[in-house]
Every structure is written in structure tokens, then in C-alpha cells.
Design a protein around this ligand. Structure first.
Ligand SMILES: NC(=O)c1ccc[n+]([C@@H]2O[C@H](COP(=O)([O-])OP(=O)(O)OC[C@H]3O[C@@H](n4cnc5c(N)ncnc54)[C@H](O)[C@@H]3O)[C@@H](O)[C@H]2O)c1
Length: 437
């Protein structure tokens, strides 16, 4: 039996005509939210904070803020008191806790980037404090809001495939994306960010929970690292591709192929990541090449300080006897998720990049269901829909079924921490207790 999960929603309604929203962290994600918020005529971006002066200045101009509404220091930002009805927190994973606690103490509702925190106790503490202060925290599990996953949820809820028996999810992290984020970039080292099963796959674990409507009872996970190891560096490989390395022609991870040799694959990465790599709010193309000589993103993929796993499989038995598996792999040409849901009366199968679902009913018709296409870089439309739902929620106090409140989000995080323990210590995790929320 599917459950609709809604927990502890506070009926807080903001009545002002113009909603004031502040943002801290204006990197890739923060600017996506700021751009979406800026499209709403009843929203005012009232304050911004980012420690990068160039990015802060460029955002100040884009969103039309005055000098006294932008902060380069997070201490000064929080010391200024409550500057908006809600705050978007899109700083790096390890800063979320510190920023969220300060924000909740000031009385902000939060749109908080995932993961909530790389520390389970910090996740619980943010949840507890929000409840104590009667404030709402919505976590950016953006996939729930995309047309593709929204359609799957409504098909399941319609009962057309009967009761869900099993879910199989494969997260194909394209080789170019994996090398960017998990070998060279922000999420390469678990001590600096967190395990990949949390930082990358909490979305997938959340979808499994969202689609099944059930918490996990038992979990087992295995993983490996095969390629991005120092011992695999080719002979004479240099520390940076542009040193120059004699292996560049053959290496698929060469910075030219990944970042500035303009192909269908690299162009979006270039457009999205150029500010990150250059650390410049208004970078030029030539700044990118210059930055790659010394930036972490210019490093040889075999000579980085990465320690996160390259592939991982999680097997789960859920409370309602649904079985689920999640596979994450770095070794895929394209970046997409493939999901297969088996029900007592039929199946749903699809890959999120194709914007199509196969719906197969036993003894009945099979059909292709087309969904609205988006692109990978806006999570197939999920980013803007999340912002819309968050704003509606602040105004009405009514949560949609898909609203990813922090209470809902805890399950995905609990599973990620358990999967990390399981794969590290080769043990099956059996959950005895409910999440304490
Ligand atoms: N929802 C999703 O699907 C999704 C996708 C990618 C990343 N994320 C998450 O979003 C968050 C941001 O990721 P990103 O890719 O935008 O990273 P990013 O590095 O591009 O942006 C982070 C920004 O925060 C700023 N910053 C860092 N520390 C700060 C501080 N103390 N005070 C003020 N500003 C500070 C940086 O200067 C930078 O501009 C991370 O937690 C990440 O895991 C979520």
C-alpha cells in the first residue's frame, strides 16, 4: 500500500505581498536559484552573501542590489540580523550546518541544498531546531520536481501498475562529470565533503523512498575504486594536463576534451563550470585556459587527492517488503539515470535523459509516455519547479506531496550513511528504530 508522506508541516503563511529571499553561496547552485527567484515578480532578492568578491559583485549587478545588501563575510551577514523571510543556503556541504543553525536562530525559513550535512547528527540537529523554532526547511531534492519523476510518481499513485514490488535505479555519472566533481573537484575527498553515496546519490535514495512510500528495514552495499588511482598514471604523466602531458591525445580526461574543446558534451560543462574553475564572476574563454594550468580542475586524474568510490551498489529491503537496488557508476558515456519500477500489475521503465517512459501493463497495452523535456543542467526542469513549490509553500503553508521537507529528506540521508558503513565494514545494516524526528 502506498503512503503519501507528509510530516510535521508548520502552517506558517507569509502574508507580505513581496516575499523577501536572501541567498548565501552564489556558485553554480546558488545562481540557479537566484535566477529562478528573479523571474518571480512577487519576490525580492533582498540580500546576498558569498566569500568570492568577483562572483558577489557580478550577482549584485545581475539582481540589482545595493552595496549594503551584499556580504562577503558570512559572519557579517548573520550579524546583520534577519534580512528576508527565507534564506537559500547553497554553500558547500560542510558549511550547511553552521549556516543553517545561525539562520534558524535568526528565524529564517530555509531552502537548503542537499546534502543537509555530511554528519548525521548535524542533520538531526537542524531538523530538531527547525521544529523547535516552528520554521520550515525544504531540502533541494530537485529531481522530485522534474516532469519525468513527477510523472512516475503520479503513475504509481494512480495504481495503474498495482502495488510496487521492486525498484531498480542506476545512476550513470558520465565519465566527464565524475572526473570533474569526484576526482578533481569539490566532492573528490570524503573528508572534505562526504561519501559519494550521500553527495551524489541522496537524490536516488530519496526517489526510492518517495516512490515506495516506505522506510528501509535492511541494507547492504558494496563498492570499488578501479581507475582514478595514482598507480594507474601512464608513464611520464605530468601533474597537470597543460604541463604539457605526453599522453593528452589518448586520454579521455584531458582538460581540452573535458573543458574547452567545444563538443556537444563539453559545451554545457564549459558554460556551467567556467565561473567555478576561474573563480571569476565574468570570465572570458581565455581565463579558463589560464586557470587550468594551476586549478585543481587542471590536474591529471591519476594524481589527485581523491578517495571517494567510483562505483557502488546498494541493496535494500523496505518496510512494505519492496526490494530496491541502486547502482552508481563513474563509467558511463552519458549522464543519466535509468529507473525500472516493477508492480503487481505492470512496469514503468525509463531514462531521464530521454524524456520518455515505457508503461507496460500485464494483459493490457504497453505505451510510451512522453514527458516534458528539460536538460541535465536544470535537472529536467526540477530546479525551477522546486523554487515555485517553495514559494507557494511559504505563501500558503500547504505542502504539496512532493515537497521535500527536511523530515522527508532524513530517510535518504539515513540510508546514505548506512550504505557508507555497510560498504566500509562489509556488514548488513538492519534498522530497528524509526528515524527520530
Ligand atoms: N540539488 C542538486 O542537485 C545539487 C547539485 C549540485 C550541487 N549541490 C549542492 O549545492 C551546494 C553548492 O554546490 P555548488 O556546485 O553551487 O558549489 P560552488 O562551489 O559552485 O558554490 C559554492 C559557493 O559558496 C561560496 N561560499 C563558500 N563558502 C562560503 C562562506 N563561508 N560564506 C559565503 N559563501 C561561501 C563559494 O564562494 C561559492 O560561490 C553543495 O552543497 C552541493 O552539494 C546540489
Amino acid at each position: 500500500m502506498l503512503l503519501t508522506i507528509r510530516l510535521n508541516i508548520n502552517n506558517i503563511i507569509i502574508k507580505e505581498e513581496i516575499l523577501k529571499i536572501a541567498l548565501i553561496g552564489l556558485g553554480n547552485r546558488g545562481r540557479i536559484y537566484a535566477n529562478n527567484l528573479h523571474l518571480h515578480s512577487d519576490v525580492q532578492i533582498s540580500a546576498l552573501c558569498d566569500k568570492n568578491a568577483s562572483i558577489l559583485e557580478s550577482c549584485k549587478q545581475t539582481y540589482g542590489l545595493k552595496d549594503d545588501a551584499v556580504y562577503i563575510s558570512d559572519d557579517d551577514f548573520f550579524a546583520a540580523g534577519k534580512l528576508a523571510d527565507a534564506l537559500v543556503i547553497a554553500t558547500q556541504d560542510k558549511d550547511h550546518y553552521r549556516h543553517a543553525i545561525k539562520a534558524l536562530d535568526l528565524g529564517y525559513h530555509l531552502l537548503l541544498e542537499k546534502p543537509v550535512s555530511p554528519d548525521w547528527n548535524e542533520c538531526l540537529e537542524i531538523t530538531r531546531l527547525a521544529k523547535e523554532k516552528n520554521l520550515n526547511v525544504v531540502v533541494c531534492h530537485v529531481l522530485r520536481y522534474s516532469a519525468f519523476y513527477d510523472k512516475i510518481k503520479s503513475l504509481i499513485d494512480s495504481g495503474i501498475i498495482g502495488e510496487v514490488v521492486s525498484i531498480n535505479d542506476i545512476e550513470n555519472v558520465a565519465y566527464w562529470h565524475f572526473s570533474h566533481s569526484y576526482v578533481r573537484g569539490n566532492w573528490r575527498n570524503s573528508k572534505e565533503s562526504g561519501p559519494t553515496i550521500l553527495t551524489k546519490c541522496c537524490h536516488d535514495l530519496d526517489l526510492i523512498y518517495y516512490f515506495s512510500g516506505a522506510k528501509c528495514k535492511e541494507l547492504y552495499s558494496t563498492s570499488s575504486r578501479k581507475l582514478f588511482l595514482n598507480e594507474n598514471a601512464p608513464d611520464n604523466a605530468t601533474d597537470y594536463c597543460l604541463d604539457p602531458c605526453p599522453n593528452r591525445k589518448k586520454c579521455p580526461y584531458d582538460v581540452k576534451k573535458i573543458y574547452y574543446g567545444i563538443t556537444r558534451h563539453t559545451l554545457p560543462l564549459l558554460l556551467v563550470k567556467i565561473k567555478l574553475i576561474t573563480g571569476n564572476g565574468n570570465p572570458r574563454y581565455r581565463d579558463l585556459k589560464e586557470a587550468l594550468k594551476t586549478s585543481p580542475y587542471g590536474r591529471c586524474v591519476y594524481k589527485c587527492d581523491n578517495d571517494v568510490v567510483e562505483n557502488q551498489v546498494v541493496t535494500m529491503r523496505l518496510e512494505n517488503n519492496v526490494n530496491a537496488t541502486l547502482t552508481m557508476t563513474a563509467f558511463s558515456k552519458s549522464n543519466y539515470r535509468r529507473i525500472h519500477i516493477f508492480g503487481t500489475k505492470g512496469e514503468i521503465f525509463g531514462n531521464d535523459k530521454s524524456a520518455k517512459l515505457e508503461l507496460k501493463i500485464f494483459g493490457g497495452p504497453s505505451k510510451t509516455v512522453k514527458v516534458k523535456a528539460g536538460n541535465l543542467f536544470n535537472h529536467f526542469g526540477g530546479d525551477s519547479m522546486l523554487v515555485n513549490d517553495f514559494l507557494d509553500f511559504l505563501r500558503s503553508g500547504v505542502a504539496t506531496t512532493r515537497l521535500s521537507t527536511i523530515e522527508d529528506t532524513l530517510e535518504s540521508h539515513r540510508l546514505a550513511f548506512a550504505a557508507e558503513d555497510s560498504r566500509k565494514f562489509a556488514k548488513t545494516i538492519i534498522f530497528e528504530d524509526e528515524v527520530n524526528n
